[in-house]
Design a protein around this ligand. Structure first.
Ligand code: GAP
Length: 462
């Protein structure tokens, strides 16, 4: 992949508009006016999101990284329920601690983060700050970010449950199940991806901070004496992974947390850092979190052991020692990663009819190739259709027979399709097609029966 370009010249509004126009991302329930913090992934968006998801799953679970000793790590996948026993969230600390201090306006009933009142605006009088509309603000109160619901027919405290705010806890409360049913030994990892729900007070910056989003998390269990070494390992491995997706150069960095930023579970162990990306958000300079890598000590297993009463200690035969393993957790946002990939790919180019193209890594591109008959006659549509059917069993391809060839290229540039094949008059003579490269606009002819092999070779893998 080419060296990353700076994001400082890119406009977030233009990226959001392209996502809407080309069917990457829609506002959830748009025909009803939308709902804050919820998004729908359209035909191109779901293909792109699934491609990122699949690369993560392959690289973490199917063919995990090589450890410091050169051997492949042991990482097993899980897919846990979104709603779990409410005690899970007591044990994890989310019931007591997953909260922001909030103030309410007694007049308009709007709620604001106490530490952001000086930047927020009154929903009734947007030119004013909260409290300046004549409404009195309450004292700060803790507002829990977990979505609540009830299981079963009785709506009382005993039946109150939560939509998971992270996928991590399923891996902790299944730690013993996995040990009892597989042959893994410490060090090993559990991996899970899926939806997380947080009732964010200020969902913002498109899909960056949503109330429903997708995460990709690994919990890597280690002997306490090796935890720091594994933390350093994962720090580098995860930064390298994002580089591999094409986020690199000046737009990506690894930042260690300051002591006062550390999450409760990392406070005593001291290891936490973020992979950050330079999203082009207006009014905000600098980098924002894409993934956190945390040394969580044995906080979670200790808590679940205490709360459930079930022993979760691991017996290490080689060391002849019983202990609660410590955990290194690389926790990434899938939907946030998708936004970074979209921002990185967005490439203004005034010389093109579309004025912009999406420069995705070919292996991530939602559509790998398009097939066009130059005109809709002289046998060209039939050849195009045959080629399209041959290709689509192996690749996501589109057949486009409408409008001028320039408009068809423009659509594919905005979709980020790396290769377009055109059937023209010469195809009828010599069975060759034109291939047009998205990034360079270069065109060349190749034999029509070589197109499949050409795509396999060019797309490659990440
Ligand atoms: N188990 C650890 C954990 O949940 P986190 O930093 O709160 O850590 C992990 O979340 C990742 O999930 C973040 O790095 C971010 O990419 C993503 N994420 C968190 N909150 C999000 C939100 N409201 N919208 C979109 N992505 C979010």
């Amino acid at each position: 992949m080419a060296e990353a370009t700076s994001n400082s010249t890119k406009s977030m509004d233009a990226i959001v508009a392209l996502c809407r126009r080309r069917g990457f991302i829609f506002q959830s329930s748009e025909i009803y006016g939308g709902i804050g913090g919820f998004w729908d992934y359209g035909p191109l968006g779901v293909l792109l999101k699934n491609n990122i998801r699949d690369v993560w799953w392959r690289d973490m679970v199917l063919t995990p990284p090589l450890g410091p000793d050169g051997k492949e790590l042991d990482i097993l996948g899980l897919d846990c329920s979104i709603i779990s026993h409410p005690k899970v969230w007591e044990a994890s600390g989310h019931v007591a601690g997953f909260a922001d201090p909030m103030v309410d306006c007694k007049k308009c009933k709007a709620r604001f983060r106490a530490d952001q009142v000086s930047e927020a605006t009154c929903p009734e009088k947007p030119s004013k700050r909260p409290g300046e509309c004549g409404g009195e603000l309450t004292e700060p109160r803790q507002f829990n970010l977990m979505f609540q619901t009830y299981h079963g027919a009785v709506f009382d405290e005993e039946h109150k449950t939560y939509l998971r705010p992270e996928t991590a806890q399923g891996m902790f409360y299944n730690f013993k199940n996995v040990l009892d049913t597989s042959r893994v030994k410490v060090p090993f990892g559990l991996a899970q991806l899926g939806k997380g729900f947080r009732n964010e007070i200020t969902p913002r910056n498109f899909i960056f901070r949503s109330r429903e989003f997708e995460m990709m998390e690994v919990e890597f269990f280690v002997h306490p004496s090796e935890a720091n070494q594994w933390y350093q390992f994962w720090r580098k491995a995860r930064y390298d992974w994002w580089c591999k997706l094409g986020l690199a150069g000046q737009n990506l960095r690894l930042r260690d947390h300051e002591q006062d930023e550390l999450a409760h579970y990392a406070r005593d162990s001291g290891g936490c850092c973020d992979v950050e990306y330079a999203f082009p958000f207006s009014g905000e300079k600098g980098f924002s979190e894409l993934e956190g890598i945390a040394y969580r000590s044995n906080f979670d297993l200790t808590q679940h052991q205490k709360t459930s009463g079930v022993g979760l200690e691991y017996f290490d035969q080689e060391r002849n020692e019983r202990y609660l393993p410590h955990v290194i957790e690389p926790a990434a946002g899938l939907t946030r990663g998708l936004l970074a990939v979209l921002c990185e790919a967005y490439t203004p180019d005034e010389s093109r009819p579309s004025k912009v193209f999406m420069k995705f890594h070919p292996a991530l591109a939602p559509v790998k190739a398009a097939v066009f008959p130059l005109v809709n006659k002289d046998g060209m549509p039939e050849i195009a259709e045959k080629l399209y059917h041959e290709l689509r069993v192996r690749f996501v391809v589109e057949l486009d027979v409408k409008q001028s060839i320039g408009k068809r290229y423009a659509r594919m540039d905005e979709a980020g399709t790396p290769y377009c094949f055109t059937i023209d008059g010469q195809t009828l003579q010599d069975q060759t097609v034109t291939v047009r490269y998205r990034d360079t606009l270069q065109q060349e002819r190749i034999a029509v029966d070589r197109v499949g092999a050409f795509l396999t070779e060019k797309i490659g893998s990440i």
